[in-house]
Write a new protein. Structure first.
Length: 416
């Protein structure tokens, strides 16, 4: 293989793992009714099982960042791929709720290493001026995984059943782990990797990262700009659209796909736009405003047809593109020796919304449920979902306030 292509091949393999874990992350959203039926649970129970992914993913971000600051991405991403595939296998082979939760927990544990690992590889293999752009391209790969996890996965579930589908997905994960181990390298020959520069202890590293006020402002923005995605696109969007528009699961999944297309296009565009104008805050504020508008319209405008909904869902996803740009701010304010830990902490805040809000929405749905059952599955009304999903525009509102008042502009340059 020509040396000039090697960085791109390594990046694509690492990004393929991010694609894979994203598919696992959102998979329950296209099999909600099948899972409630086979596990004999209601919305609250399904929300908890799905959220076990985030119960592992969220707290593992800090350990993952610390490990990346000390070990190379090749070994860690390979092991993470194996753990994800094993979790999918466990989930596929059971109809016992606690085993399903354990499978989701394993998927979340392995997935915790995906996004951080790609950014470390970008920092090792590419020049700093491309970091924000590649962060956006990485989010595009995640969106591709989410798209695969929506309509194609829904069709596979309808044809083969959810268990057989997840068995195939598990097999793909084991093959991917082998390819990563054989091809990925930590850094170019002769160039020390970022983790080779890290001589600080764990306590010192954490104190330096968490002692910055901007770390917490960035983390709050990250949480609120992405939480609506973990709630709606990853779990509750498909059943909401099915009830609101009386459409099939496959059609609702195809509509939710527009969110991931929006994320995939918006993330690299927002990164490019930020680098082009030499500013971080303006794009972040505009993303939050777009999120307030799109989610409010999706939930509360009465007369909407599916064409308009498709457009609003695209804008919803585009707004969440601010999540990838914020990692450029993380890199701007942290020196190389601690950037893995800083990215890990911020990514923990990004995904915390899934751990907190997926079961919270399920709990609200359960509380407002009218007691109606259909084929043993609880029936929730459109207005029930609208009450529970009010937190979507509220999250974007907070992100707007943080972007406007709380973030210090770095002008796309190091400030550490």
């Amino acid at each position: 293989m020509p040396a000039k292509f090697l960085p791109f091949v390594i990046y694509l393999l690492a990004a393929s793992f991010y694609l894979y874990e994203f598919m696992l992350q959102i998979a329950p959203g296209v099999m909600t009714f099948e899972l409630m039926r086979d596990f004999n649970i209601q919305a609250a129970g399904l929300g908890v099982i799905s959220a076990f992914f985030y119960y592992a993913y969220t707290p593992m971000q800090l350990p993952a960042g610390l490990l990346y600051d000390r070990f190379g991405p090749r070994t860690l991403i390979t092991l993470a791929s194996l753990i994800c595939a094993s979790g999918a296998l466990v989930f596929a082979l059971t109809k016992i709720t606690y085993m399903a939760a354990a499978g989701r927990f394993l998927m979340g544990m392995g997935s915790a290493f995906a996004f951080i690992g790609i950014l470390i590889i970008v920092a090792n293999w590419f020049s700093p001026g491309y970091f924000a752009f590649f962060a956006g391209i990485t989010q595009l790969m995640g969106s591709v995984g989410a798209i695969v996890g929506e309509t194609p996965l829904a069709l596979a579930v309808a044809r083969f059943g959810w268990q057989a589908t997840l068995l195939i997905v598990a097999g793909i994960g084991f093959i991917l782990a082998l390819a990563i181990w054989l091809i990925v390298r930590d850094s170019p020959p002769g160039k020390p990797a970022l983790h080779a520069n890290s001589t600080k202890g764990i306590g010192t590293t954490l104190k330096e990262v968490l002692g910055k006020r901007q770390t917490w402002a960035i983390a709050t923005y990250s949480f609120t700009i992405w939480a609506p995605i973990t709630v709606f696109a990853a779990l509750w969007g498909v059943p909401y659209l099915m009830v609101r528009f009386n459409i099939s699961a496959a059609m609702a999944a195809s509509a939710v796909t527009m969110i991931w297309i929006g994320v995939g296009i918006g993330s690299p565009f927002v990164g490019w736009f930020s680098d082009k104008i030499g500013r971080r805050n303006l794009p972040l504020v505009l993303c939050a405003i777009l999120g307030i508008f799109s989610t409010s319209a999706i939930l509360y405008i009465v007369h909407l047809n599916l064409i308009v909904i498709y457009g609003l869902l695209f804008l919803f996803g585009f707004a969440a593109g601010g999540q990838s740009l914020i990692f450029g701010v993380v890199k701007d304010i942290n020196p190389p020796g601690i950037v893995g830990t800083a990215i890990g902490f911020n990514n923990m805040c990004v995904v915390a919304g899934g751990a907190l809000f997926q079961p919270f929405v399920g709990y609200i749905l359960h509380k407002v449920w009218h007691g109606e059952l259909q084929n043993g599955v609880p029936v929730y009304l459109a207005q029930d979902y609208q009450r529970a999903l009010l937190l979507l525009p509220l999250c974007f509102l907070i992100a707007w306030l943080i972007g406007w008042l709380g973030l210090r502009e770095t002008y796309c340059k190091p400030h550490y």
